[in-house]
Write a new protein. Structure first.
Length: 842
């Protein structure tokens, strides 16, 4: 009986099917030719990486709600992030090595928008309500995220926001054409519906002090006040009329206050704020708005899309240009003086340092200047009651791991700690702070168990995949954008989203979708057991028997067999699962592409065996001939005698007791066709059928069509077992099996270490069992002197005479499986038994 349920998404297309097999392979180590890897970590530092492959796999399977739930475990603002995140996850996406990275953010956006637009948007489960109150200062992404996770823990959570509207830079920084307000408000509303009390217009430090918050019973406080103050250029003329900081300009516009920029607007800077400011100025009627940036285009921190959209809107990017003075006339801006720059050696940020070119001064006529070169935090919220300290850069000093400040009950995160950064970093900070605050209130160690280590995916194979272009985000045409703030990026539709999700190559193997946790009624797989890590245990032993088995050869290497590209070309292992009652189709023989019952099946023998061209396996895998015959016979038993089964072979190796007779029966009585021919290629036809051209025994070329092709894959030693052998210092053969000799078939090259099964060489079950007995006998002989020396006495309760005592009866009825509970109503038996005299325990 299979130990794990077959993933539901089996039939959802090729990429997913392969992923499903891979997941299955992980559950039964050695069953399939998959090297075991960890989950891909996010080298780019995206905190929400853990669930990415999980929700991508769920979207590919059409499980949008499940995907959304998974996303929301890591990210309370997915619709927002799906629009504005700088998606560091995409920069390390393995698909990017094949063609282009999977469009992760647009996929997330689709799922999250779908949920927000549904009648009952998802609200996470809230744990039992707690008495304790917690305060969150600031309603930017850090504060919202912190409140979200504290609310899930059941705390009475209040957000204090000084502005009249919530959202921080999401609402007063990022313009509507990138982040529509209904999307922002809808995600904030969910957090309010979770019970978070969101109070706007309250400035901590002014309207209420931290001391007062403490007195009102707030047991932990999160400061997520962002970096709201704009840094100035520190050049002459910054006090002239017509100079506005980028942050203030955007805030005024976003708060709905009337702002009318001049005709010629120079925006200074190369980051998000600069780009948002220049595009906003353009939309508000500036005839000419342009960017001035002292480095080159390559060093610009703004993302590629933003630069592209800006250029589409006719906005000029004046790079390698440094403003040195703002020139005024009658107190108003008239022009800006700049120097031309060239790139020198890299500076501490790794970017090439801009160096002024002597004598290159020039003037640009402008009537507005918007500096957007950086931000800092404003800390008037901290009163004398606070012990927390600031860094030299004006950011809050925190423990980088727990985000606790020098005041034990005050935590901080987001831009107020990192300086101006990103939405996703602020979200993660909010989450980590919430975890710390919960532990702080409960008096639990703030650090324990939090340094989760994700193993890096290694040697991810990228061969065998077709190039599939990445879905392009549809955008409003430039000429239709410039007089309004309607959203520019329109989002992918369902078909595009699913197709895009299917581009994922599932490089992490376990995608961490946690669906197994949900379906495991026995609670064998829980979030805790799922995240268990390998442990090192030292055991003292006198002999070692190695039975690590084999891995099946991965046929993706044979490009001409098309295994990676066609759902109806499967391995013999996968075919076994198709025939199995516990398999994906419960033993109903259908082909993966369209679930049609196949009429003709071909087996191609020696895939990954007796071949030194594709795989350096000169040996015969010995079991594939009998396995193919058995599969063909069983397939006929399942589908009826009309099923045409053809086995293409080099020579049939049916050695073993009565195996030849089985071969004869298959050929003569069951009608299995045996064709001696080496198949060169499997060609795909339009309707999912497959064409095999081959030379028959008369030397004629035959072209035959099949519904399904099974590749009889050979056996090989896995890289892990090769590593084990290296560590144990035992010799391997040139084919990477354990070296033994004919007179000592289970003794490895090292004394006391024995081997049995396929690690000694390809073989079937009976032979493996014989070897196992032999290895046990060898080990037993070696250990005979030590036998019983470690035996422990069983301690049994002392016997006593119970004559005359009241009988005490225990009743035990087994309910697992169907042997008993399929026939007997076990709960009824239990209840009846409990009612009988002297029954003490049921
Ligand atoms: P904020 O979002 O700044 O929120 C802080 C909140 O605290 C504010 O609402 C503020 O009013 C409130 N507050 C401050 N002091 C007090 C007080 N004393 N009492 C009560 N409330 C207080 N990042 C991306 O990832 N992608 C982008 O495309 C992107 N574009 C951006 C565009 C602009 C114009 C700007 C300015 C930033 C952009 N960012 C972007 C960066 C991102 O918005 C910030 O990194 C993020 O918002 C920081 O979140 P936060 O919660 O730490 O702070």
């Amino acid at each position: 009986m299979c130990p794990v349920p077959w993933p539901d998404e089996y039939d959802q297309g090729l990429a997913l099917r392969k992923a499903a097999f891979k997941k299955y392979a992980q559950a039964i180590p050695g069953a399939f030719a998959i090297s075991k890897r960890g989950v891909a970590p996010c080298k780019a530092g995206c905190p929400a990486h853990i669930s990415v492959q999980g929700y991508i796999a769920l979207v590919a399977a059409g499980k949008y709600r499940e995907a959304l739930k998974l996303i929301k475990q890591e990210n309370p603002l997915p619709s927002i992030c799906g629009r504005v995140c700088h998606h560091p996850c995409e920069s390390i996406c393995t698909r990017g090595r094949l063609d282009e990275p999977v469009a992760i953010d647009p996929i997330k956006r689709f799922v999250a928008d779908l949920d927000l637009n549904s009648e009952t948007p998802y609200i996470p489960e809230i744990k039992e309500k707690k008495e304790e109150k917690v305060a969150v200062v600031g309603s930017g992404p850090a504060g919202l995220s912190c409140a979200y996770y504290l609310a899930i823990e059941g705390y009475q959570t209040t957000i204090f926001e000084k502005l009249p509207i919530p959202g921080g830079m999401l609402s007063v920084g990022i313009p509507e054409y990138r982040l529509p307000r209904e999307t922002l408000n809808a995600e904030i509303r969910i957090i309010q519906e979770m019970g978070v009390d969101l109070r706007t217009g309250i400035e901590v430090g002014k309207t209420i002090t931290i001391d007062q918050l403490r007195q009102e019973g707030y047991q932990a406080i999160f400061l997520g006040i962002g970096a709201q103050e704009c840094k100035m250029l520190d050049i002459e003329g910054e006090d002239l009329d017509g100079v506005f900081s980028g942050i203030d300009f955007l805030k005024e516009v976003n708060l709905g206050n009337p702002v009318k920029p001049g005709d010629r607007v120079a925006v200074i800077g190369g980051g998000n704020v600069a780009f948002d400011a220049v595009r906003t100025a353009r939309r508000l009627g500036a005839k000419e708005a342009f960017i001035i940036y002292r480095r080159s285009l390559e060093e610009m921190p703004a993302n590629e899309e933003e630069i592209e959209e800006c250029e589409e809107e006719g906005i000029e990017l004046r790079t390698l240009t440094n403003p040195t003075r703002i020139i005024g006339e009658n107190g108003r801006v008239k022009a800006i003086e700049c120097l031309k720059m060239e790139l020198g050696e890299p500076d501490e940020s790794g970017r090439r340092r801009p160096v002024p070119i002597d004598g290159s001064e020039f003037h640009i006529e402008v009537d507005w200047v918007i500096p957007a070169i950086g931000q800092e935090s404003e800390w008037s919220c901290l009163g004398p009651e606070c012990a927390c300290t600031l860094s030299d850069w004006g950011t809050m000093n925190v423990d980088p791991f727990t985000l606790q400040t020098d005041d034990p009950d005050i935590f901080s995160g987001g831009d107020s700690v990192t300086g101006p950064a990103t939405v996703i970093e602020a979200i993660e900070a909010g989450k980590q702070a919430a975890i710390s605050m919960d532990r702080f209130i409960r008096g639990v160690d703030l650090r324990e168990g939090r340094d989760k280590h994700w193993e890096e995916s290694q040697d991810i194979p990228t061969e065998g995949y077709d190039t599939i272009p990445r879905a392009q985000m549809p955008r409003v045409r430039p000429e239709k954008r410039l007089d309004n703030f309607r959203e520019v990026q329109l989002g992918l539709d369902e078909a595009q989203t699913v197709a895009e999700a299917k581009r994922c190559v599932a490089c992490g193997i376990c995608s961490e979708c946690y669906e197994c946790v949900g379906v495991c009624d026995a609670e064998a797989v829980t979030l805790e057991t799922h995240s268990e890590q390998p442990e090192t245990i030292n055991l003292e032993v006198g002999a070692l028997i190695l039975a690590p088995g084999f891995q099946a050869f991965d046929p993706s290497k044979y490009k001409t067999y098309g295994y990676s590209n066609h759902p109806n070309i499967i391995t013999s292992m996968e075919f076994e699962r198709l025939l199995s009652a516990s398999g994906p189709t419960m033993g109903h023989l259908v082909r993966p592409s369209d679930e049609r019952e196949p009429k003709k099946i071909a087996w191609v023998q020696c895939v990954g065996s007796r071949d030194i061209h594709k795989c350096d396996h000169s040996y015969c895998s010995s079991v594939c001939c009998m396995a193919a015959i058995k599969e063909a016979v069983v397939a006929k038993e399942h589908a009826g005698d009309d099923l045409d089964c053809a086995i293409f072979f080099i020579d049939m190796r049916t050695h073993g007791k009565d195996f030849e007779r089985y071969y004869d029966v298959a050929r003569e009585q069951k009608g299995v066709r045996f064709i001696r021919s080496r198949v060169p290629t499997v060609e795909t036809l339009e309707d999912g059928d497959l064409l095999i051209p081959y030379v028959n025994d008369k030397g004629e070329i035959v072209r035959e069509t099949f519904d399904l092709v099974v590749l009889s894959v050979g056996l090989e030693t896995s890289p892990e077992t090769i590593e084990l052998a290296k560590n144990l210092e035992i010799d391997l053969t040139s084919s990477q099996f354990s070296k033994t000799d004919s007179f000592h078939p289970v003794a490895t090259s090292r004394e006391g270490i024995y081997v049995c099964g396929t690690f000694q060489g390809p073989k079937d079950i009976p032979q493996s069992v014989i070897e196992a007995s032999s290895a046990a006998a060898e080990a037993g002989a070696l250990l005979s002197n030590a036998r019983h020396t470690l035996t422990r006495e069983e301690v049994v309760p002392e016997e006593r005479n119970i004559r005359g005592e009241r009988p005490r009866v225990g009743v035990f009825v087994c309910e697992c499986g169907i042997n008993i509970s399929g026939v007997v109503d076990v709960p009824a038996v239990r209840d009846f038994a409990a009612s009988l005299p002297y029954v003490e325990y049921v």
